[in-house]
Design a protein around this ligand. Structure first.
Ligand SMILES: NC(=O)c1ccc[n+]([C@@H]2O[C@H](COP(=O)([O-])OP(=O)(O)OC[C@H]3O[C@@H](n4cnc5c(N)ncnc54)[C@H](O)[C@@H]3O)[C@@H](O)[C@H]2O)c1
Ligand SMILES: O=C(O)[C@H](O)CO
Length: 311
């Protein structure tokens, strides 16, 4: 008999198809009143599959007395109440490593785009501006200082790429990473002061909320560039807008925001800002690996009692 799982929202067609093939899946998003449905039927489910964009809070977790596993489609799990899950003895898995390279590629892309003005020059040429003028001088990338907030899978992948651009690399985490050739900086404002580029690559959630505040942005400075490919919550967005508007910060390359899909209007009006739509992991290759990983974690749990990628 197939194990019964509840799926909070659609994942992707291939992942949804594999889950539906291998499990008895209830698509919670199709229920008119999901909370009432779970209150009445939650005890039937042995596991949960959730897309990184969907919340899986204590309300859902507590309504599932017999579920012992939550498999997250995504690296970040800031929308899952992991503490509530642990209290109930549930395992939570994510999809680490398979996104590192693509997200790091995009972080470098954003850094280069903002510094060299790729997107804004593209707009300039399309609007016919080159026929009558030329763009202003921009900023060099190679040989500059790259600061990393967070030095896990993605941060280290950005560090390797930055080293390939002859950049000096330092990172800020709560504890130094053993064996790293790069210097650990215990103070985030000090890292920002040193850096030309500051890339945010730490998890979101209450622990890291607004770590990048007005003081950090000011330390990064009028020529400094912030890149955020992690979570919008890590950056104080109001302070970011203010720092860019007043010239205290040079520019920003953003893939993530505090209130997605809403991007502050003020940012849209600024040429020193490149705005993307949470696409850092959006490649065919990484998507396929994420689809396999979310399903493999559920399969491993039901086969062995242990997920492959516990958080
Ligand atoms: N934009 C996207 O599409 C996209 C894709 C994948 C991941 N992400 C985000 O990137 C984040 C990082 O991913 P990862 O795979 O590198 O995770 P990871 O767990 O491998 O690394 C996280 C790093 O952040 C550090 N960190 C944690 N809390 C910190 C704190 N309070 N202060 C300083 N450093 C802290 C950790 O020590 C670690 O070095 C994910 O949690 C996710 O939210 C975004
Ligand atoms: O955390 C993740 O995996 C990303 O944000 C989604 O692609």
């Amino acid at each position: 008999m197939k194990h019964r799982i509840v799926q909070i929202g659609p994942i992707t067609p291939p992942a949804d198809a594999r889950l539906a093939r291998d499990y008895d899946v209830t698509p919670l998003w199709k229920e008119a009143d999901p909370a009432a449905f779970l209150a009445a039927h939650g005890a039937q489910f042995e596991g949960v599959a959730v897309h990184v964009r969907d919340a899986c809070g204590a309300g859902i977790i507590d309504a599932l007395p017999n579920a012992k596993v939550i498999a997250n489609f995504g690296v970040g799990y800031d929308k899952i109440d992991v503490e509530a899950a642990r209290r109930k003895g549930m395992q939570v898995s994510n999809t680490p490593k398979v996104l590192d390279g693509c997200v790091a590629d995009l972080a470098m892309g954003l850094a280069i785009d903002v510094a060299r003005g790729i997107s804004t020059t593209d707009r300039f040429v399309r609007a016919g501006g080159w026929k009558t003028g030329q763009r202003p001088l921009m900023t060099r990338v190679y040989g500059k200082n790259m600061g990393l907030l967070g030095f896990g899978g993605i941060g280290q992948a950005v560090g390797r790429r930055a080293a390939g651009f002859d950049m000096a690399v330092r990172y800020h985490t709560r504890r130094p990473v053993e064996g790293s050739p790069h210097q650990h900086e215990p103070s985030l404002p000090a890292l920002a002061q040193w850096a030309d580029f500051l890339v945010v690559a730490c998890p979101g959630g209450p622990q890291t909320r607004h770590l990048v505040d007005a003081a950090v942005l000011e330390a990064l400075g009028p020529r400094g560039i912030l890149v955020n490919i992690a979570r919008g919550s890590v950056v104080d967005e109001a302070a970011l807008v203010e720092a860019l508007q007043t010239g205290k910060l040079g520019g920003a390359g953003l893939d993530v925001y505090e209130n997605e899909p809403n991007v502050p209007e003020a940012l849209l009006a600024m040429d020193q800002v490149v705005v993307l739509s949470h696409i850092a992991g959006f490649t065919r290759e990484s998507r396929a690996q994420m689809e396999a990983t979310v399903c493999d974690n559920l399969d491993a749990y039901f086969r062995t009692g242990q997920v492959l990628n516990p958080v």
